[in-house]
Design a protein around this ligand. Sequence first.
Ligand code: PLP
Length: 357
Amino acid sequence: MTPKLFNPGPVDVSPETFAAMSHTMIGHRGKDFEELYASLQPGLKEIFGTERPVFLSTSSAWGVMEGALRNLARKKVLCLCCGAFSDKWIDVAKKCGFEAEAIQVEWGEAIDPEIVRAKLSEGGFDTVTFIHSETSTGVLNDLAGICAVVKSFPDTILIADTVSSLSTIDIDMDKHGIDVCLAGVQKALALPPGLCVFAVSETAMERAKTIPNRGYYFDFIEFAKNDAANNTPTTPAISLLFGLQYILGEIAKEGFAARKARHAKTNAMIRAWGAKHGFQLFAPEGRRSFALTCFATPETLDLSAFIKALKTKHNFLINGGYGKIKGTTFRISNMGNETEATMQELIDALDDVLAAM
Ligand SMILES: *Cc1c(COP(=O)(O)O)cnc(C)c1O
């Protein structure tokens, strides 16, 4: 049996979600699909904190991360880099042919909004890329602070990746003036991969209209046109949309406030487990994600043996670090459907394995 995933994405998918996904197939140009599409909107708008329509892209998050640049960047992009995912965005911007500069902080640190202000003051930037919860390091960046700074520079578009924060904490897209807010569904929404949900501000839609060569598959104008008819430009991953409908129903039943509180609680359990063993958190105090935890690997711990024993003995999978901090850090997810009870099972298993090492 493959292990249960406590890896920060993809995360464990419930049998109920898979059951919802096995709904009879429907055509996407018809009333049943329009109803399915429309039914997703209220729940998605709530977790994004937006009145804007939420578009459904059949792609992983990177499709929309690249697509947003191609729809919105004119010439020069500023990338806020603090880990594997945010660092990669500057390469993507360059591969799309844009001039791009980074504000690069050490992995494990958060982006200081005042440094962003100083950089944007140099002038010339028309687009900023930003990752709220940097999944590789467990850093939760200052969303409100960064948004306020970027918004103080007129005609500067802010693209925000909320892949591992959406639905675990407030995003408040409209309040903060985020222009593009996006998330892949295989992280905190606990669906199988293959779908990215995203919303685009009116300002960004106006900008997109002025950008030539937006391409077709990720063209925001096409998404908006189809959204007006409760549809998508191309055939979407319909089974995933049935899964999403189920998850949004679960969020409505639990309540968004309770869901956020649950993530805070289960995350605190993992932090407390680490503290008990003297494991240091990789992210700084006050800037730590509530969806996953990244620990610095102690020198005394044989990390690969630890992870392997957890898997062999208890069939749980945690992650041994990502990118250049593979091995020197390890990560545990509490995203999605995990409860105090399931996190306690994991903690008991972690303790059991540690005791035997
Ligand atoms: C997982 C992740 C991505 C990448 O998503 P893909 O589904 O591989 O495209 C991007 N950003 C963050 C913050 C992530 O955690």
